[in-house]
Design a protein around this ligand. Structure first.
Ligand code: SUG
Length: 444
């Protein structure tokens, strides 16, 4: 058995809602205050996981987090019993309550940066949870994320867990969404491409929206993971793309093995990125699939989330694109996908579309919902076995969602103490289902 690239998708939490919290994320802003359907959201995500598992791909599950997060509300001065804390927060600072109630941990591409053992000096798989410093609702994720990753990847002989970087603007880190690994074979030493929005003072940044990933953070992660400097490249995002709604690089580029699919406006210096990959990749010729502005304009790329598709490797070595159904609504995007799939000079041989509308309406597409972890057979065997999605776990999770999730949520519901109780009840059961121990603050 060879090393594989496994996907670990975040289960959507019971408080999934639309609060317009994410700066520079067009979908989040456009859908602010709309009612959400947490049950549909969770089932849509689970259906994607099931379909990928059915394709024979290793598929794991990562847990949602406890929301609303009462401990942080207390740190912010809301006192009393839980119901009172929620009521006061809703009355005096509804935006803070919304931030404490987001189901944003579902987007596990932002959970951590992960380097495969083959790239790391000590041969272990390295994880650095992202500090998600630019947004309050996301900056409260890393502590529980770190616990969850340790519970899923427990064996310290094979897995190395770092602390999140200090959460300051100079070190903003949004994890794997700005990190792409290319290689000839998953188990061989690869190239790690880190993409940042904020670099040195001489590098122009976006004008309207925050650059969430800093170069300093990416460099720190590369050092922590013990990566070979010659195998790392730090590429700047095109600031115009950030201002057009590309808040993470995975909104405009996706790569795996030897393939990099990207929009011409993804990088400030795309030619530099290609040259570096072409020079460094050993054992396979790189395949660059560039989509230009004339083929799919930037705005349409953002609206369809074409580049937030997953690229998955099948057992026969061919690849498939795992895309959001929104791509089908844009004729130019459909045509671009057809061109990619029909072109025999790249390994992409098919496409699967998924309805992920609930997550998409918050700016989270197929690739946002998964964290990739390359695992050799021994590492794969060392993963907590309960999190691998098979038919049995799928049916248990599906019944769990039906029993615990509401099918409609509006912002006024976030202070409902019954929602807090339901969510805690659901998560308590989930930690048993997935064998995660006492993960949440309310369990400790
Ligand atoms: O950080 N949306 C997330 C979406 C993250 C997508 N992830 C990747 N591209 N990898 C974000 O912008 C919206 C929450 C709200 O508005 O209620 C939100 O946080």
């Amino acid at each position: 058995m060879n090393a594989v690239e496994a996907n670990f998708d975040g289960l959507v939490g019971p408080t999934h809602n639309y609060a317009g919290l994410a700066l520079g994320n067009k979908a989040s802003a456009a859908n602010a205050e709309q009612p959400s359907d947490p049950r549909a959201a969770a089932l849509q995500g689970l259906a994607k996981m099931k379909a990928l598992a059915d394709l024979g791909l290793p598929q794991g599950v990562l847990p949602p987090q406890e929301r609303p997060h009462v401990p942080t509300l207390k740190k912010l001065g809301f006192s009393g019993r839980d119901a009172e804390v929620l009521r006061k927060a809703q009355r005096d600072a509804p935006q803070l309550l919304a931030a404490m109630a987001s189901a944003s941990p579902m987007w596990t591409a932002n959970a951590a940066t992960v380097s495969p053992g083959a790239d790391c000096a000590d041969g272990r798989v390295h994880f650095t949870p992202a500090n998600l410093a630019t947004h309050l609702h996301r900056a409260i994720e890393p502590e529980t994320t770190a616990r969850a990753l340790r519970a899923v990847f427990p064996d310290s002989r094979r897995f190395a867990h770092h602390a999140p970087l200090p959460a300051t603007p100079q070190l903003g880190d949004e994890g794997a969404a700005n990190h792409t690994r290319l290689c000839a074979e998953f188990g061989a030493q690869g190239l790690e491409l880190f993409v940042y929005g904020a670099g040195g003072e001489d590098e122009p940044g976006p004008e309207h929206y925050p650059a969430r990933q800093t170069r300093a953070a990416s460099e720190a992660v590369a050092r922590l993971h013990g990566l070979e400097p010659a195998c790392c490249h730090f590429a700047r995002q095109d600031p115009l793309a950030i201002d057009a709604g590309v808040f993470h690089n995975d909104v405009i580029a996706v790569g795996t093995r030897e393939v990099l699919l990207y929009h011409a406006r993804a990088f400030a210096d795309a030619a530099g990125v290609r040259q570096w990959i072409a020079r460094g990749l050993r054992g396979r010729d790189p395949v660059f699939i560039e989509i230009g502005e004339d083929e799919v304009p930037l705005a349409e790329s953002v609206a369809s989330y074409l580049f937030n598709s997953q690229l998955v490797c099948m057992a026969d070595g061919s690849m498939r694109l795992v895309a959001a159904t929104e791509c089908q609504n844009h004729p130019r995007v459909r045509a671009a996908i057809r061109r990619i799939v029909e072109d025999p000079s790249n390994p992409v041989a098919g496409v699967e579309f998924f309805d992920l509308r609930q997550s998409m309406r918050n700016g989270g597409g197929p690739a946002c919902l998964r964290l990739r972890v390359v695992l050799d057979p021994a590492e794969r065997a060392a993963v907590n076995p309960r999190v691998w999605l098979d038919d049995a776990l799928h049916s248990r999770l599906s019944s769990w969602i039906h029993r615990h999730y509401r099918d409609r949520l509006v912002l006024a519901d976030l202070s409902d103490p019954a929602l807090l109780d339901q969510s805690r009840g659901a998560l308590d059961e989930l930690t048993q289902l997935l064998g995660l121990g006492s993960l949440y603050d309310f369990q400790r």
